[in-house]
Design a binder for this molecule. Structure first.
Ligand code: SAH
Length: 205
């Protein structure tokens, strides 16, 4: 996975490659999918949701430029795979998932892998997690029609937010940076994510 997908795809950050090499991706999907777990594609995790392809997980992580001391907020825990990668690269991860059954499964995965620096909660993550703000980095693993303002507000200065934004079919991975009071956005590449559903995302239907 690292040699054939991530390095050729431009993932260069050594700590990110190390994390992608060590977090056992197969343990986050059901056993029937283990043979496909390291393939270059997303995988179903139940409840109509998917775990992103390895390259996208690595790219989003690399864009956060983590050094190890950060407090990071993740919106969209899913099966907890991206969370496990992040937790190995930062000090404390806060993660929010709106579907309770997925969160329960993610928590089991964290216990199984003995990951202790993750605090998780079932909620609409488009509100962020104000009690623990500000965050040095924020990652959203579902795509909304716009950047949720509470997440920009809860970003530290300096801070970086990575989020896919767009319509239902086409989205752009976007990096929002806060620095010396200024907020800038940069489009990185076209992506396709499951929907961010919530007050500052898509309305459920
Ligand atoms: N990072 C996850 C990806 C899961 S897919 C992984 O590694 O498995 C995106 C997740 O975002 C889904 O589980 C979906 O339920 C969740 N989600 C969508 N809208 C949300 C919201 N407003 N708040 C929290 N989670 C949300």
């Amino acid at each position: 996975m690292v040699q054939e997908q991530l390095i050729p795809g431009g993932i260069t950050h050594p700590a990110v490659l190390y994390a992608m090499n060590t977090v056992p991706r197969h343990l986050f999907v059901e056993e029937g999918l283990w043979p496909q777990a390291y393939g270059d594609f997303p995988l179903p995790i139940g409840e109509g949701q998917t775990i992103s392809q390895p390259y996208i997980v690595a790219l989003m992580t690399q864009l956060l430029q983590l050094k190890g001391h950060e407090r990071v907020l993740e919106i969209g825990t899913g099966c907890g795979y991206q969370s496990a990668v992040l937790a190995s690269l930062c000090k404390q991860l806060y993660t929010v998932e709106r579907i309770k059954t997925l969160l329960a499964r993610a928590r089991k995965n964290f216990d199984k892998l003995r990951i202790y620096n993750i605090l998780s909660r079932a909620d609409d993550g488009t509100h962020g997690w104000p009690e623990h703000a500000p965050f040095d980095a924020i990652i959203v693993t579902a795509s909304g029609p716009r950047i949720p303002q509470p997440l920009v507000d809860q970003l530290a200065d300096p801070g970086v937010l990575v989020i896919p934004v767009g319509d239902r079919d086409n989205q752009v991975l976007t990096v929002v940076r806060k620095d010396k009071g200024r907020v800038t956005t940069q489009a990185v590449e076209s992506v396709r994510f499951v929907k961010l559903v919530g007050s500052h995302g898509w309305t459920p239907r």
